[in-house]
Structures are given as C-alpha cells and as structure tokens.
Design a protein around this ligand. Structure first.
Ligand code: C5P
Length: 220
C-alpha cells in the first residue's frame, strides 16, 4: 500500500497545527508542521546575523541550516543543529519575522525539498502535512487535500488564548499583518481545485478533528 498524504492548508490561528496533530494521532499517521520549519529557519537566520530585509542575505543562511523535525505527533520537536527550538520558535519575536524569510524563493524551494524527503522517509501508513502551500505546491498530488478556515475573529480569539501573557490586541495585529504578508506569496484563503474546505468558525476542537477525518474517509 502506498503512503497516504493528507495535505492541510490554512491561515494563522485556523487551528490547523493542533487539529492536524490530533488527526495524525487518531489515524496513527506521522505529522509534519511546515510552519515550524519556516519558523526555525527565521530563528537561524536571525542568529546568523543576516539582513532579513535582503533576500540574497537571507538565502545565504540556507547552507548552514541543519534542520530536523520529529514527525511523531506524540513527541513533536524541532531542532536546529543540536539545539531544541520547539518553544523558542513560537515566541512573538520569531512570529514577527517569519514572513520575511518565507517570501524568499530559494528558502521555499529548499524547504519544499526537505518536506518531501521527510514525507518519503516516514515509516507510518500516512502523514498529515500542514502549512500554507501544501495542497498547491508541496504535495499537490496528495490523496486528501483540505483547506481549514475560520473567521478572522475566531482565529484572533484562539491565538490570544494560546499566547497567555501577550495582549489580545498585539496578538491580533500580528496575526493580521502576517496573513497580509503571507498572502502576497501564497494563496491560502481560497481552496484550489479539488481541495475541500472545512470552516471551523462554529465548530469546537473535537468537531473540527472529526470533520477533517470525515473528509479523509470520503477521499480514501
Ligand atoms: O503555520 P505557522 O503559523 O507556524 O507558520 C509560520 C509562517 O511560516 C507563516 O506565517 C508563513 O510565513 C510561513 N509558512 C509558509 N509556508 C508554509 C508554512 C508556513 O510560508 N507551508
């Protein structure tokens, strides 16, 4: 049996990371968070002292980027070299700069290759890959392709609940600014042909997980 790929895209705060992880856990699949890789690269580029506004300078940090991500949904972690950056990459300091590195074509091309090799190396029956361009660029041939959306209000509310200690206004402004910047590079607000939209605005977490699993069952 060939490996099943479930591609999940969506904007910031749509719940795609936690939902995709729960779906992977329920089905016994691997889980790949591609946003974590972009975040880890932003962390690395900043530490390497590159000029983040300058695409060539950002791309120059690629050869020294040693990235690894554990794809077990129960033991998720991200490393750059020997350093565990799982928590550091969620901080607003990284969230605020990640779009600057994600818009550089060389970065997208290099990370897309990394994602495909991680997916090819998984020993599980399937893998859930989530991000912004998975259904369209990383795995356009995936057996299951989902766009997970939610209203801006719902997304802002969820993100500020996750980030305790930061004001809801700051979190909301950062989320909107990031979606604006990211949408200039990738369209993750409209479903491409053959992609099923799951709108989680009116759903709780478990209902959203069930809705995605229902899409998977329909497509397999
Ligand atoms: O999903 P998450 O919010 O962690 O993604 C962090 C950032 O990584 C996004 O704001 C976007 O700039 C970038 N990203 C991307 N393509 C992906 C996943 C994430 O450009 N497939």
């Amino acid at each position: 049996m060939s490996r099943i790929v479930v591609a999940v895209d969506g904007p910031a705060g749509s719940g795609k990371s936690s939902v995709s992880k729960a779906v992977a856990r329920k089905l016994g699949y691997a889980y790949l968070d591609t946003g974590a890789a972009y975040r880890a690269f932003a962390w690395h580029a900043q530490n390497a002292g590159v000029e983040l506004e300058d695409a060539a300078s950002v791309a120059s940090a690629l050869p020294s980027f040693e990235f690894s991500e554990a794809t077990d949904p129960d033991h998720f972690s991200v490393r750059v070299g020997e350093k565990d950056v799982t928590d550091a990459i969620r901080k607003p300091a990284v969230t605020g700069i990640v779009s600057l590195v994600a818009r550089v074509p060389e970065v997208r091309a290099a990370l897309t290759e990394v994602f495909r090799s991680i997916a090819a190396a998984t020993e599980r029956d399937g893998i859930v890959i989530e991000g912004r361009d998975i259904t369209t660029a990383v795995a356009p041939d995936a057996q299951v392709r989902v766009l997970l959306t939610a209203s801006e209000e719902a997304r802002m509310g969820r993100r500020s609940a996750e980030l305790t200690g930061y004001s809801a206004q700051v979190v909301g402004e950062q989320l909107k600014a990031r979606d604006r910047a990211d949408s200039r590079v990738v369209d993750f607000m409209t479903a491409a042909d053959g992609v099923t939209t799951v709108d989680s605005t009116e759903l709780d977490f478990d209902e959203t997980v069930d809705a995605v699993i229902a899409v998977i069952r329909t497509n397999l």
